[in-house]
Design a protein around this ligand. Structure first.
Ligand code: HEM
Length: 507
């Protein structure tokens, strides 16, 4: 009798492999089915917008359209579950009481964004969790203290003035439209490089020549591209893509650069010690601080930790500051009466702006209110997320089990009409002492709150004040009505088509 094809020697391994794959596929399908059922059960108590069985709510929030989110915030008080595909759901919250409960805990960061950042940043404050995060946070907090920051004000002013010099050349005496985001981006990087390494990159003048500067921008672009490209989520698929290759090379370049800066500084410090050179550098930079942390904690703070923290300082600052300053300038351009009040206040404190000190920044009360209102309307970090490590019960008694990813939508919170009257209107007086005292402590969270709040927030506020003060002393800004600002909501808020403003030099 003729044997069936299954019994031939060559076919058997294929047959077994096929059965094995089928079993694996089936197991995976059962796992996904159970996961969906569990999520459906856990999220049932919370009303949700109508959902497509396969896409979920992906189409609703996909384009980063903030108006859609604002509609949902209005319709669903406190929170709503958001499905991304049939097997993945996030729980969006934007109510101050919910935010307070959520931020008082130390749940770990959501895995996915951290995985994407890891090749560039390494494990620094932004991506660490648990006892190691706590140790680093305690050790590094002095590096962000007021005493260190005071000496950065001069560095910041120098970089802002360099940018203004460029603007003066571009504009001459004419009213000229300038895409300011690119300039502010380079200026913010210039400041960070000097505060981190005491390094003069000249990046504002010659951005294309510095390999490190180019790599920083390139890495940032690829990271965000990957975060929002579903097909690039898997490590293997991404690593074999052209962007994956490019990111590997770029990350290597960044690490080498930081490593070299660290080694050079270590050598310089040894040399200073050997020669008993007590003359101090003009300002202590972040690298000095981290090196002294390492010297005192040799066993628990490795060279890799050191490199990761320096990279984290650079990237955390670089991705947020350009947006913060640009949106503020844009809001003041749209609201000339507030722009003029800020300018008057700044003139009364700084005169012609030839020098600027930390104490003077504290006196800028109206300008500070405008900065806060701009951070409310356009928070540079529009949302943060955590994976619940244990169940959570919100103040209204509703609960979620461990394992759910909760997203605190800072944008949603800042545009929540239950907290902010006419949320779209730019009104700095919302932040007068009297009005602030009456509001919930967790209704304004541009820098988050609780144990994992932004460790760089005083740095950020100082840079925002120095930048806006010096810009307003030299330029009048008005909007370009043909090119309104459109936001691209990624992990960090970005402008979709740049920030175009009319600049007019003040005589
Ligand atoms: C306007 C500018 C900035 C905004 C709006 C901002 C906002 C935030 C937010 C919301 C978080 C919490 C992130 C989370 O929980 O997932 C955060 C964390 C952090 N920020 Fe900022 N940030 C700004 C500027 C800076 C600057 C200039 C630096 C450093 C130079 C910095 C360093 C950090 C670090 C290291 C963390 C992690 C802290 C930790 O987890 O312990 N930030 N920032």
């Amino acid at each position: 009798m003729e044997s069936s094809w299954l019994e031939t020697r060559w076919a058997r391994p294929f047959y077994l492999a096929f059965v094995f794959c089928l079993a694996l596929g089936l197991l995976q399908a059962i796992k996904l089915y159970l996961r969906r059922q569990r999520l459906l059960r856990d999220l049932r108590p919370f009303p949700a917008p109508p959902t497509h069985w396969f896409y979920g709510h992906q189409k609703l929030l996909q384009d980063g359209k903030m108006e859609k989110l604002e509609e949902l915030v209005e319709k669903y008080p406190c929170a709503f579950p958001c499905w991304v595909g049939p097997f993945q759901a996030f729980f969006y919250i934007y109510d101050p009481d919910y935010a307070k409960t959520f931020l008082s805990r130390t749940d770990p960061k959501s895995k996915y964004p951290c995985k994407v950042w890891l090749p560039c940043l390494g494990k620094g404050l932004v991506s660490l969790d648990g006892p190691k995060w706590f140790q680093h946070r305690c050790l590094l907090t002095p590096g962000y203290s007021v005493n260190i920051l005071k000496s950065y004000v001069e560095v910041m002013a120098h970089s802002v003035n360099m940018m203004l010099g460029k603007w003066e050349k571009i504009c001459g005496t004419q009213d000229t439209i300038v895409e300011v985001f690119e300039h502010i981006n380079l200026m913010a990087l210039d400041i960070l490089m000097k505060c981190a390494f005491n390094r003069e990159t000249n990046c504002q003048i010659n951005s294309h020549c510095d390999l490190y500067v180019k790599s920083t921008f390139e890495a940032s672009k690829i990271i965000f591209y990957r975060l929002y490209s579903f097909l690039r989520h898997h490590n293997i698929l991404f690593n074999f893509s052209p962007e994956g290759h490019c990111l590997q090379e770029t990350s290597q370049m960044l690490h080498q650069h930081t490593e070299k800066a660290i080694q050079d500084r270590k050598k310089a410090l040894e040399e200073e010690k050997r020669q008993d050179n007590t003359q101090k550098r003009k300002h202590q930079d972040f690298l000095d601080v981290v090196l002294s942390v390492q010297a005192e904690n040799r066993d628990s703070f490795s060279d890799t930790d050191l490199r990761s923290e320096v990279n984290t300082f650079l990237l955390a600052g670089q991705d947020t500051m350009p947006g913060g300053i640009s949106w503020l300038l844009y809001h003041l351009a749209l609201n000339p009466e507030h722009q003029e009040r800020c300018r008057e206040e700044i003139r009364s404190i700084l005169g012609d702006g030839s020098s600027i000190t930390w104490d003077q920044l504290d006196e800028m009360s109206y300008t500070t209110m405008c900065i806060k209102e701009s951070l409310r309307l356009a928070p540079p970090v529009p949302s943060i997320s955590r994976e619940l490590s244990k169940p959570i019960t919100f103040p209204d008694g509703l609960s979620l089990p461990a394992g759910i990813t909760v997203v605190l939508s800072i944008w949603g919170l800042h545009h929540n009409p239950a907290i902010w009257e006419k949320p779209k209107v730019f009104d700095p007086l919302r932040f007068s002492q009297e009005n602030s005292d009456q509001r919930h402590s967790h209704s304004f969270l541009p820098f988050s709150a609780g144990p994992r709040n932004c460790v760089g927030q005083h740095f950020a506020m100082a840079e925002l004040k120095v930048a806006i003060a010096l810009i307003l002393l030299r330029f009048k800004v008005t909007p370009d009505p043909t090119r309104p600002l459109v936001f691209l909501s990624q992990v960090i808020l970005k402008p979709k088509n740049g920030v175009h403003l009319h600049l007019k030099k003040l005589s």
